[in-house]
Write a protein that binds this ligand. Structure first.
Ligand SMILES: Cc1cc2nc3c(=O)[nH]c(=O)nc-3n(C[C@H](O)[C@H](O)[C@H](O)COP(=O)(O)O)c2cc1C
Length: 187
């Protein structure tokens, strides 16, 4: 592919190249969605317990820091989960295994029941530190206390201090890539 030297490159002592085809500006929402569909992610279900009991599928989740232990997730400002997290300031993350595509679809479906009733469709246990539902069959679970949140356009970026984490013996993960679910064996 033809390349040209990047005009914004800092002086790193070597050439940094950018594609000759510039991104179309202003950035269309659809083009960003399409570009980001090339980035493979895991799938999580975020949960909150207590009076705000709620669950929501999210792939905008990342490890941030090991010391202190921090993770982040990005939640739409219009999602029910947004107020559930800001009100309780505690949440949990269940990292989906390969067999949990139906669960991921369920917690992304706005027609699911509200409150505790939505968890009657799945097996779960209350997180020991947050009371938030930890979904059975997940590959790993993380419980968090909300320490900071930041505006991120139509989403908020929630930074969570990890209160506890654990993992199962499962090895097959659920991925999201190219706007589709995929299964991968992590052994
Ligand atoms: C694969 C997948 C990943 C998603 N990731 C996110 C995400 O990271 N953040 C978000 O706010 N919504 C995400 N969504 C959309 C929400 O799951 C969906 O809008 C949900 O119904 C919102 O629930 P609530 O408004 O009841 O909280 C995702 C949906 C799918 C199918």
């Amino acid at each position: 592919m033809p390349r040209r030297r990047c005009s914004l490159a800092p002086d790193w002592g070597h050439d940094v190249y950018e594609p000759v085809t510039d991104p179309v500006l202003p950035m269309a929402e659809t083009s960003l969605r399409d570009a980001m569909s090339r980035f493979a992610t895991g799938i999580t279900v975020l949960t909150v317990g207590g009076e705000q009991t709620h669950g929501m599928t999210a792939n905008a989740f990342s490890s941030v820091s090991l010391d202190p232990p921090l993770v982040l997730c990005c939640v739409s400002r219009t999602a029910v989960m947004h107020d559930a997290i800001t009100n309780t300031k505690r949440f949990a993350v269940s990292i989906m295994g390969a067999e949990q595509e139906p669960t991921a679809r369920y917690f992304a479906d706005r027609r699911r029941p509200r409150g505790a009733a939505q968890f009657e469709a799945v097996d779960w246990l209350p997180g020991p530190r947050t009371g938030a539902p930890l979904l059975s069959g997940a590959l790993a679970w993380v419980e968090c206390e909300l320490t900071q949140w930041y505006e991120g356009g139509d989403h908020s970026i929630f930074l969570g201090q990890v209160l506890s984490c654990s993992r199962s013996e499962g090895t097959r993960a659920l991925l999201f890539y190219g706007s589709q679910f995929h299964q991968v064996d992590t052994r």
